[in-house]
Design a protein around this ligand. Structure first.
Ligand SMILES: Cc1cc2nc3c(=O)[nH]c(=O)nc-3n(C[C@H](O)[C@H](O)[C@H](O)COP(=O)(O)O)c2cc1C
Length: 166
């Protein structure tokens, strides 16, 4: 690694941002993984962008799906994060180890309170992560008072060993 890449890598390792689980279904197969590379990127129209590693099982399924579900995690959601970030769908059926239901053709995790399903309106295929631009079409009911302290964030899980090679 050259000096600039090494310095950039050290810099971004200090950042903090919310972790989500992105799920997809295509041709009868469910997939999903823990994702840090996400952002809202437009207010009107509302748009949200998620980036999936091209090596992940989730990307392979998501590129064939026209809807994705995005789940925002609470700091109490470590076990769910470990299942979706520490295991790969190449080896494990993650959806047999959690509760879920379909919404608009996307698998929504019952244990995540805050989620939306988005229609894929564009894709960005450069670099080693593919971007999926989402238009929200279904949004979780407004949650009641939250029991947890806050969001599960990158610094909470950065020591986790990814289930798939990056
Ligand atoms: C802290 C952390 C951040 C991650 N961020 C992303 C990400 O932004 N995009 C992505 O595709 N995978 C990301 N991953 C990796 C996947 O969640 C992980 O490799 C998962 O096991 C892939 O599962 P799959 O092969 O079933 O898709 C991250 C993992 C960790 C631990």
């Amino acid at each position: 690694m050259d000096d600039t890449r090494e310095a950039f890598s050290a810099l971004v390792a200090t950042l903090d941002y919310p972790m989500v689980i992105v799920t997809a279904a295509a041709d009868g197969e469910n997939a999903g993984c823990l994702v840090g590379f996400t952002t809202q990127c437009s207010i009107d129209p509302p748009r949200f962008l998620v980036f999936l590693s091209e090596k992940n099982r989730t990307h392979e399924v998501a590129r064939r799906a026209d809807r994705l579900a995005v789940h925002f995690l609470d700091d109490a959601d470590h076990a769910l994060a470990e299942l979706f970030g520490g295991e790969t769908g190449d080896n494990v059926d993650k959806f047999s180890r959690c509760r879920w239901h379909a919404v608009d053709g996307a698998p929504v995790l019952d244990d995540a309170e805050r989620w939306f399903v988005g229609r894929v309106v564009d894709r960005y295929e450069r670099g080693d992560h593919g971007g999926h631009l989402l238009e929200p079409i279904s949004v979780a009911p407004a949650p009641g008072p939250r029991e947890s302290e806050g969001d599960l964030s990158y610094q909470d899980v950065r020591e986790m060993e990814p289930g798939h090679e990056p």
